[in-house]
Design a protein. Sequence first.
Length: 85
Amino acid sequence: MWARFKRWFYLFAVALTQGIINTTIAGLWWVLTGRGSEPDPDEPFSSRVGRNAMAGKRWALLAEKLIDGIFGANHCRNSALDQED
């Protein structure tokens, strides 16, 4: 049962980052400022951060440190590379 709960929590976290963080927050930033790229509703926020960190964006490098500190080293960049496939 614990393994199923952990899997459910992981799936919930992915859905949360895609729906709320990436589409809503990044989308609102895109609408209001006209900067950045149009958010992809299927892209997790970790992937967006990783992609922008690899491009050297300061906000993404800071967010990457925080997210990688929680989920493990290179989480964001690996997520970005996984999305390219």
